[in-house]
Design a protein around this ligand. Structure first.
Ligand code: GDD
Ligand code: MN
Length: 390
């Protein structure tokens, strides 16, 4: 970090921290919009830039030269959105601290209402897209869906009292920040969740705003961010007792189970014929519906585990082919276990009297799949996506 600017004579009421990475085109507009929105409110702007290759820090320093309310932090280490926000907050001098994206997607005109909430007793005020007066703007259906799922997870698992827990737009009082900051894990994008998920006694208010479309630069949100978000939620919820990657594996396994059951049920209804391999009396005859559901779910599971669960160890390019081959073999081992359990449960008529002929078969199939999932986790995580010691 270099030039922090000249200290103003008095401490400002509000510090606005904005994390930046390649936002050189957006930053000057943001600063103007902030000054306009905060007219009459004593404020400073702290730019926390991660040594952006596009020179955002230089643009910021240029502005700071004539605008003493702007302070610039050029960060070289521990890069990342949350870490930058926390660093910015640590040098902020205001009684209240706001965080706003620099890409103009957050609406600065919501800040005065957020400040009012804090001044009337709230510890944190969230700029929310999902409350009255808020909106997601023109988001694609897929991005809305991802956000909806992530919001649901946070609300159900963490029971946070906000409609938009992933918002990167919020304000917190200096005193609440000082109380909460020591427990925060500065990884990923979920900085607000860190504050309110770990500190249940904080009084949280919300103000609606409409998410705006990015016009310059591009988002840094990608699949790995979603993954680290889920890992973060798991850690907030369960501490470090359970391997969070195993939880992702189970989550993916559940999707696989859903696919498996769906294909199985549909194929049963469609009357897919049985297959006789002629290899082994214990295996023959194989239910066609069973074989089909296993094939489809193996493929789905490989893709999801490679792209998501074991993202850090993922295979790319030509290596995908042998990796899928190994995965397929491991899955066949799991499938043998699956078949054995299914056949056994069928032979003893497990749950037959309770569920009837059709549903007991679905249940027997499901139980076989759960046992296979555990066997496969061991094989996959030990031999295929070998995880580095952490
Ligand atoms: N210093 C720093 N370092 N800033 C970063 C980094 C980083 O590694 N990554 C992103 N930023 C800055 C961007 O320059 C921008 O000002 C802001 O953080 C948000 O980054 P985007 O890449 O635009 O994120 P987004 O719009 O996809 O995500 C926003 O919405 C999410 C929920 O929908 C953010 O507000 C997230 O916090 C939020 O969870
Ligand atoms: Mn953005």
């Amino acid at each position: 970090m270099d030039d922090l600017g000249d200290a103003p004579a008095t401490t400002p009421l509000l510090s606005v921290v904005t994390p930046t990475f390649n936002e050189s085109e957006n930053l000057p507009i943001l600063v103007e919009e902030l000054h306009a929105a905060l007219d009459g409110i004593d404020h400073e702007i702290v730019v926390a830039d991660d040594d952006s290759p596009d020179g955002t820090w230089r643009v910021a320093e240029e502005i700071a030269r004539t605008d003493p309310s702007v302070r610039v932090m050029r960060r070289f280490h521990d890069k990342g959105l949350s870490a930058a926000v926390l660093d910015g907050m640590s040098i902020a001098r205001g009684e209240y601290l706001a965080v706003i994206d620099a890409d103009l997607q957050h609406d600065p005109t919501a800040l005065p209402a957020m400040l009012d909430e804090l001044r009337s007793g709230a510890d944190v005020c969230v700029g929310s897209r999902a409350t009255e007066g808020g909106g997601y703007g023109d988001w694609s259906a897929s991005r809305r869906f991802v956000s909806w799922v992530a919001t649901l997870i946070a609300r159900v698992l963490l029971r946070v009292p906000v409609s938009d827990p992933m918002s990167g737009f919020f304000m917190i009082s200096e005193s609440a920040y000082a109380r909460a900051a020591p427990s925060i894990n500065p990884r990923g994008f979920k900085i607000l969740l860190e504050f309110i998920g770990r500190n249940r006694d904080l009084r949280v208010a919300e103000v609606g705003y409409t998410f705006r479309t990015r016009t310059h630069g591009e988002t840094k949100l990608n699949g790995s961010v979603i993954r680290s978000y889920l890992l973060g939620v798991a850690e907030l919820r369960l501490g470090r007792q359970v391997d969070p990657v195993f939880l992702l594996y189970v989550l993916v396994g559940l999707v696989g189970l859903g696919v498996n059951s769906l294909v199985f049920t549909v194929a049963e209804a469609a009357g897919v014929p049985t297959i006789t391999t002629g290899l082994n009396d214990a295996i023959d005859p194989i239910e066609g519906s069973f074989a089909l559901s296993v094939m489809v779910s193996i493929l789905v599971l490989f893709v999801l585990n490679n792209e998501f669960t074991f993202w850090e160890e993922r295979y790319r390019g030509w290596k995908l082919a042998p990796a899928f081959g190994v995965f397929f073999l491991m899955s066949l081992i799991g499938t043998l276990v699956h078949v054995a359990v299914f056949k056994y449960l069928q032979s003893i008529g497990f749950l037959l009297s309770v569920l009837g002929a059709d549903w007991s078969r679905v249940a027997q199939n499901l139980i076989g799949a759960v046992v296979a999932l555990i066997v496969n986790w061991y094989l996959n995580s030990t031999y295929l996506w070998r995880r580095r010691q952490r």
